[in-house]
Design a binder for this molecule. Structure first.
Ligand code: ADP
Ligand code: MG
Length: 698
């Protein structure tokens, strides 16, 4: 039986370290495809038996529950948890103050005993969740976690008779947990606001009645009303005469787009006036849903830094434990100093060493980067793509549809003797009827009438050449470029290779040609210029088109002549990409950016494959690591900028966290920081890194 796919939201998940642990434990329990995203709290699982999931999760992070995504109504979990935590903090702070007051002065012994009881109370109330988690983990011999560190540090303090310290540390730690969970939730919220482009409800029109229904309930064919300023809830066809749409959330392009009745309206667009749209898909297949899916799944392909942090945490905690033991024992033995002093210092080191700042902030940074980029009209399909974009050495462009508009227009029809332009166009249109190539579309447009497709018997498309087909009546038609007519060895008037000419051959007789025009996108000029400014060493052009056209386009864009490869068959493009991949083996990302179906293998093979979201074929979009929604090649530069920024902030967070920790470890070792100062340091640096991550969204 096929394993069903499920998506859960883990309500109450606040510790990134637990998220890693939950994922690996689920895998151990047979949920081999489990993927948990800390930033979105989304758990993906493939299984038919879900009964164990919640018991596994609550063993690792008590209080966290998995709720099927479709059942999540309001995020009630964290709110409840926050209130509970606040009550806990309130009680323990009060007890701590009472305890400190009663134990510090020269009061009667009975009162002092009362003070100690209050301190113990504060310790237990604030520390209970920590102690419990530490114990749960200990059962699986897991000591490499912050709970274990906090527990032994504070229990150690109690043993050496530093009870006020132990209580203070636990109280401050729980305050820190609270602040941290607030900060994490806030950043999650800012990121999801950035991505909040999918409306929840739609106005359904039936006859003259309007009712508001959940977007999930829309069926293809339903008539939907979109009021001024509202987002279009679903993809469909415009039923009103005209519409002015703001597509900036989808494409990053802020200029509004005007369309007329019968044209496609994309979900996520904002309409300036009241319009009616006839739905063509269900909600889960609409453009916004697909975009959000890509973005949310993107963080599952972890970046190098995330992988590093996970590994680092595994070695780091045992290392700190050993360091602490050494601090507690060696000076005492060698210098014959009092045991208590060095034990206390060792405990301070344990408290400060918690790796939370890293574990929490790094996944957030990448998620913020991916979210930001998607708002700029560039979908990144993995956090690892951000790494690759930081080290680009080679960018290879496809020509047609990528650097040129790809909207061809028939500008001239030249029949040979005995034939009429109508005959040339008619036969060409018949041959191209099944093709999706932009050239085919322009010929069909020029023909202007519907083609009788039932006439098409045999049909074969040759990428970068043209088409061969046979009609029911027994005629054979070949359309294609100069290379194609040479291939079939058909005599023709002139070899046109400096513009796009489509030759038409009927029953082995050449009957004329069609001249087609395509334009360079204005943004292509910027794209190449900005890439050059970025000091990218190699910019190349790979095209199926002829040398003359390729050199003209390349020349206008400032691509070096020797970097232009023309007359390529799809497999040749792959060979040239391989050459470049080889050349850059020792580092340096090779990017290929294309649109056609024939580009899909090259896009898949490149270090970073880029596809055009609007004109691009589904196969190329599927294969890509990065999708440019509005087909503007210059967006690659925006993506590189965002990736560099993301990388910079991730590095800052790592340096900040490790640096501050190192300082505090040194201070603790030499007795210059007390245990609760250490807790402040720990909480402070975590908050600092989370806030730093949010800078990306600006
Ligand atoms: P690029 O690699 O630059 O995107 P293509 O491989 O899509 O270009 O096309 C290269 C050339 O192949 C076109 O300019 C055209 O001459 C020819 N060609 C490809 N498909 C067709 C078709 N369906 N009809 C006519 N000519 C075609
Ligand atoms: Mg192309």
């Amino acid at each position: 039986m096929a394993q069903e796919k499920h998506a859960f939201i883990l309500q109450g998940l606040s510790c990134a370290d637990c998220a890693l642990k939950i994922e690996s434990t689920l895998k151990q329990h047979g949920y081999s495809a489990a993927k948990l995203n800390f930033a979105t709290r989304r758990l993906h699982i493939r299984s038919n038996d879900l009964s164990n999931i919640n018991s596994i999760i609550s063993r690792i992070e008590p209080g966290t529950i998995a709720v099927l995504e479709k059942d999540v109504t309001e995020v009630t979990g964290p709110k409840n948890q926050e209130t509970q935590l606040l009550i806990r903090i309130g009680i323990s702070v009060t007890l701590l103050i009472i305890g400190v007051l009663l134990t510090s002065s020269s009061l009667p012994p009975l009162v002092i005993t009362g003070g100690y009881i209050a301190l113990f109370g504060a310790y237990i109330v604030s520390g209970f969740p920590v102690l419990r988690k530490a114990l749960f983990r200990l059962r699986t011999l897991d000591i490499a976690n912050e709970y274990f560190l906090m527990s032994i540090a504070t229990l150690g303090a109690i043993i050496i008779d530093e009870i006020p310290e132990a209580a203070a540390v636990m109280v401050f730690y729980s305050i820190g947990e609270f602040l941290q969970s607030r900060a994490v939730n806030k950043s999650r919220k800012s990121i999801s606001e950035l991505l909040d482009i999918r409306p929840d409800v739609a106005h359904l029109v039936i006859k003259e009645e309007i009712s508001t229904i959940p977007v999930e309930d829309i069926k293809p064919g339903d008539l939907i009303l979109v009021k001024p300023g509202e987002r279009v809830p679903i993809d469909g066809i415009l039923v009103s005469p005209t519409a002015n749409l703001d597509l900036s959330a989808l494409t990053g392009e802020s200029r509004p787009v005007s369309i007329v009745e019968g044209e496609t309206v994309f979900s996520g667009a904002v309409s300036s006036a009241s319009i009616k749209v006839k739905a063509t898909v269900v909600s889960s297949e609409s453009t916004v849903s697909r975009i959000l899916n890509v973005v949310e799944n993107a963080t599952q392909n972890k970046s190098e830094k995330e992988v590093f942090i996970t590994r680092f945490a595994r070695y780091y905690t045992p290392f700190v434990l050993i360091l602490a033991i050494m601090i507690a024992t060696i000076p005492t033995i060698l210098l014959v100093e009092p045991m208590e002093i060095w034990t206390y210092r060792a405990l301070v080191v344990l408290v400060i060493s918690c790796p939370c700042a890293l574990v929490v902030s790094i996944p957030l940074v990448y998620f913020a980067g991916i979210g930001k980029s998607s708002r700029n009209g560039v979908l990144l399909k993995g956090a690892n793509v951000i790494d690759s974009l930081n080290d680009v050495s080679t960018v290879l462009f496809d020509k047609t549809g990528t650097l040129t508009v790809g909207k061809f227009k028939v500008v001239m029809v030249v029949p040979s003797e005995n034939y009429t332009p109508q005959e040339v166009i008619f036969n060409a249109a018949l041959a191209e009827a099944h093709s999706n190539h932009p050239i085919a579309k322009s010929i069909l447009e020029a023909y202007g009438k519907p083609v009788d497709i039932s006439q098409v018997e045999e049909y074969e498309e040759f990428p970068a050449l043209g088409i061969k087909m046979k009609t029911k009546a027994g005629d054979s038609i070949v359309v294609g470029n100069d290379k194609m007519v040479h291939e079939i060895d058909c005599p023709h008037s002139a070899c046109i290779t400096d513009e796009t000419a489509v030759y038409v051959v009927l029953n082995d007789v050449y009957i004329g040609y069609i001249i087609i025009d395509d334009k360079i996108k204005p943004s292509s000029v910027d794209a190449i210029k900005n890439l050059k400014d970025k000091k990218i060493t190699y910019i190349g052009l790979l095209t199926g088109d002829t040398k003359n056209i390729a050199e003209r386009v390349g020349g206008e864009l400032g691509i070096e002549q020797e970097n232009i490869y023309a007359s390529l068959m799809p497999l040749n493009k792959l060979e040239i990409l391989e050459e470049h991949l080889h050349k850059t083996l020792d580092g340096g990302t090779v990017i290929f950016i294309g649109d056609g179906m024939n580009d899909a293998p090259v896009i898949a093979r490149a270090d970073v494959g880029v596809a055009m979201g609007a004109i691009g074929s589904d196969a190329s979009i599927e294969a890509a690591d990065l999708v440019i929604m509005d087909d503007n090649p210059d967006r690659l530069n925006d993506a590189i900028d965002i990736a560099e920024n993301t990388n910079k902030i991730a590095k800052q967070n790592i340096a900040l966290a490790l640096g501050i920790k190192a300082i505090f470890i040194a201070l603790g070792t030499f007795g210059l920081a007390s245990m609760w100062v250490a807790v402040f340091g720990d909480v402070g640096v975590t908050l600092l890194t989370i806030l730093n991550s949010l800078r990306l969204l600006r």
